[in-house]
Ligand binder design. Sequence first.
Ligand code: PEP
Ligand code: MG
Length: 523
Amino acid sequence: METVQGRTVSDGIAIGRIFYYRHIRMTAVRHDDADVREELLRYEEAKIRASSQLRELFEKASKEAGAENAAIFKAHQALLEDEAYGNFIIDRIRGEKVNAEYAAALAGEYFERLLSGLEDEDTRERAADVRDVTERLLRILSSQMEEEPLLPEEPVIVMAGDLSPSETIRFDRSRLLGFLTEQGSLNCHMAILARSMSLPALTAITPQEEWDGKTVILDGQTGTLYVDPDSSTMERMKKKKEQLEQEHRELLSLIHAKDETADGTRVKLYANIGNVADAKEALSYHAAGIGLFRSEFLYLGREDYPSEEEQFQAYRQVAEQLDGKEVIIRTLDIGADKKADYFGLEREENPALGLRAIRICLNHPEVFRTQLRALYRASACGKIAIMFPMIASVWEVKECRRACQRVMDELTAEGIPFNPDTEIGIMIETPAAVFMAPELARLVDFFSVGTNDLTQYTLACDRHRSDLGKFFDPHHPAVLRALKMAADAAHEAGIWIGICGELGADPDLLPTFLAIGIDELSV
Ligand code: PEP
Ligand code: MG
């Protein structure tokens, strides 16, 4: 037996055979003195074919992983249409009289190199997208059909150096048990798709030729891969898997239980969502409401701002699905690790401490106004609450409230219905918000603690660095004390307080949360 440590990007346990998916990198041979007209035509035709393939992939991914997760294929389409990319190819065909595939390969190499040389991780991820789109063009130009990657009948754990989103989504879901890749991070598309398909996945696993076809255990709880497990490990892991499934079944049997402790204290059990499809899943587990809708996902993986109408439709759909249950929608929390090029944000030395979340909204009133209009319009369709992230100062909340009032005045003047009593809350995720909690509590209807950022900022410890290990400790007394200070201030002012950071899902801390008087947990 061989034991290898990887990094979990999607949890769960999978037991099965490895299927080594070898990515065949497309290459192009240079042909000089090509017929320019003919090659331009071949390029245009290939582009049309690629575009229709991407549309099909978008449809498939929307069904299997939700429209927001499928947005990557829209981004690929935009890349395919990108002027700089297209002109590069056309110029090479015209100028150097080379064949279309060679020109496309040159464009791919050029833009990939350009992007992967940049420091920012998200921009580097875009280099993989350029590669993906270029390979699609090359495959079409060399008349290689995009075949369904053939997985064996028996479901397998796919191992690869790297998996592009196109590859990940093309696999037949019914033949998949999990993923092992060398490349990739928690936020890469393979990981996002794996999580939305409930498949365990590890990265930082270097594929080994000799593992192909071998039985392995992928333990997404610990990030461990057991190759050729001995019988005692197999037995232990089968038990662990069975136990996890049993726990899952037991928990399922409790979904009708009241959100109440034995002594009758009510704690609202809400769910966190990132897109419209998640709302349905949360409801299938009987969530009492949505405690955090991370609206920024509507802004990511695309080329331009989502319009008011587009946002309205997304918020309306969630509100209607929740059918009277509360939906707390957080306004745009972009910046730091979440980037969208079209915002034109400068590269920052310390992005977590820079222009992010509410700071961007207050600096870009038009972007903020569009989102608030969509939110207030949707407030007429269900029980929506609005929440502002990364608050540090009283003036910020006052400014947010003024922006809300302006939008309500506009809608009134336009005769558009909305709920004027829409609740307004803030996230408590900076130490400043904790210290100012008594003053802030008088300005809002509720607090929700973002323990991911609160831990990061309280302990001065980067939440995105996996190597900080025990230094990033959400159980640190300073974090728990901050939680209590915020809760006391909230209750003193007569408002409720919830937790929507990862810590809210930690059962070990439930007694602490009850002692502190947390009113809602969104997990
Ligand atoms: C948090 O910081 O705990 C939180 C819920 O927000 P996000 O993880 O989206 O920053
Ligand atoms: Mg946060």
